[in-house]
Design a protein around this ligand. Structure first.
Ligand SMILES: Nc1ncnc2c1ncn2[C@@H]1O[C@H](COP(=O)(O)OP(=O)(O)O)[C@@H](O)[C@H]1O
Ligand SMILES: [Mg+2]
Length: 406
């Protein structure tokens, strides 16, 4: 069928025509805003899930909801930044928040104070003052100038929170890729938010990140668990997965047969990104407005080739030979989280010996640790890809390459 009418969205962060299976998270978000609006407190949340499950899309839905309630929305995609870059990124958003809360001509003393605190916050990273020129204030001495991110951010949140409360507006910070925050950065955010809850000020934060984040925040600060829920999102139920395909098609007058939908669920495992890729691909293959199981069968090779190239291969290309061998051994053991010792056994080495390789793979974002001693792939179906890409598990060759197991 025509490319022009193809309704699927196989791109990172692209809002699908039908956002399905996220009602729980959407209503939690509504409740969070409603409770803060009424001067109450509520646990905020950090959405966790593997790549391609729809975390960024969900944050986008939160954004629309918050805007509809006239909240000020600040979006930040975290990258592996040092503290001064992080400070600058936050400051840019917070400055926008001040202007959105009130035009400068109407700034009250509270707003002027908040602007002065924000200026202090950036003095260390913007000595020339170019960045804060638009604020037209002197830095507030004694505020946000402690050379400590957590203390400084808390001062800024307090000042802006007071200003927002004066305008009876809320501010929500949507933080994507939270797993890239360093420990001190995460601690700073948690501490500043904790203060907002204590003072019942209307600033909150909702984050999204890879699954290891729950663990990170856990040891970052013991009260993180009280401050945040960590709802995990993942593959869609069969029913939702079918709706993700059939609803956008129906809008274009196209239907899937029941068998075709069953097959699509089997192929994708209900993973949102895979559903979009499969939908997109089958649309180009199908010649009639009724998509059949045969259409899907015809589509699979192209669909897999596309995933291999665009999604999987880039991840493997960055890996060294030993890292690849480690991944391949894991794939041999299956799609589930694997014990470090089992992988090592299969490779004829000790876990200690392979510890650095495993740590590198975690650091590269290819593996994560769902629980102590285990590692799992950060993208679904990566095991199947590895079996396709590296057909032979060449254990003897591996043994020759590195120091032997003790
Ligand atoms: N609820 C949903 N239903 C159907 N498709 C979705 C849903 N959420 C996301 N998608 C699709 O899945 C893909 C990945 O979404 P994205 O938000 O980028 O995932 P993540 O941020 O978790 O890596 C995109 O192609 C998007 O259109
Ligand atoms: Mg994302």
């Amino acid at each position: 069928m025509q490319a022009l009418t193809n309704p699927y969205t196989p791109n990172a962060g692209a809002e699908p025509q039908a956002v399905v299976g996220r009602d729980d998270q959407l209503s939690s978000f509504d409740l969070l805003l409603a409770r803060i609006e009424s001067g109450r407190t509520e646990q905020s949340m950090i959405i966790t899930g593997l790549r391609g499950v729809g975390k960024t899309v969900l944050l986008g839905q939160f954004r629309s909801k918050a805007l509809a309630r006239e909240w000020v929305v600040l979006e930040l995609e975290v990258s592996k930044n040092d503290d001064s870059e992080f400070r600058r990124d936050l400051a840019t958003r917070l400055r926008t928040a001040l202007f959105e809360l009130s035009p400068k001509a109407r700034w009250t003393d509270r707003f002027k104070h908040a602007a002065a605190v924000l200026k202090s916050f950036t003095v260390s990273v913007d000595a020339a003052g170019g960045w804060s020129a638009g604020l037209d204030v002197e830095a507030a001495e004694g505020f946000a100038d402690h050379a400590n991110l957590a203390l400084d951010l808390t001062d800024v949140f307090l000042a802006i929170g007071e200003a927002a409360a004066e305008r009876r507006r809320g501010v929500v910070l949507l933080l994507d890729e939270v797993q890239f925050l360093s420990k001190p950065q995460l601690e700073a955010v948690i501490e500043a938010l904790h203060k907002m809850v204590q003072r019942k000020l209307p600033i909150t934060m909702v984050g999204a990140g890879l699954p290891q984040i729950a663990e990170l925040a856990g040891d970052a600060k013991s009260y993180a668990e009280r401050l945040f829920k960590f709802p995990a999102i993942g593959n869609l139920s069969a029913e939702d997965a079918k709706a993700a395909l059939s609803r956008p098609a129906a809008d274009e007058g196209v239907t899937f047969t029941g068998e075709a939908l069953d097959e699509a669920v089997a192929i994708t495992g209900g993973y949102p990104y895979f559903l979009q890729e499969l939908g997109y691909a089958v649309w180009t293959v199908a010649q009639n407005p009724t998509i059949t199981r045969d259409d899907l069968t015809l589509t699979v090779p192209g669909y897999e080739a596309k995933l291999d190239e665009s999604f999987f291969r880039v991840r493997l290309d960055r890996a060294t030979e030993l890292q690849r061998a480690y991944l391949r051994a894991m794939a041999q053991l299956g799609p589930d989280p694997q014990k470090a010792s089992d992988v090592a056994d299969l490779m004829g080495r000790t876990s200690q010996n392979l510890g650095p390789t495993r740590a590198e793979l975690i650091n590269m974002g290819l593996l994560y640790t769902p629980e102590h001693g285990y590692a799992a792939f950060t993208v679904p179906h990566f095991d199947r890809f590895l079996l396709r890409a590296i057909p032979e598990l060449d254990v003897p060759a591996l043994r020759r390459r590195g120091p032997r197991a003790g």
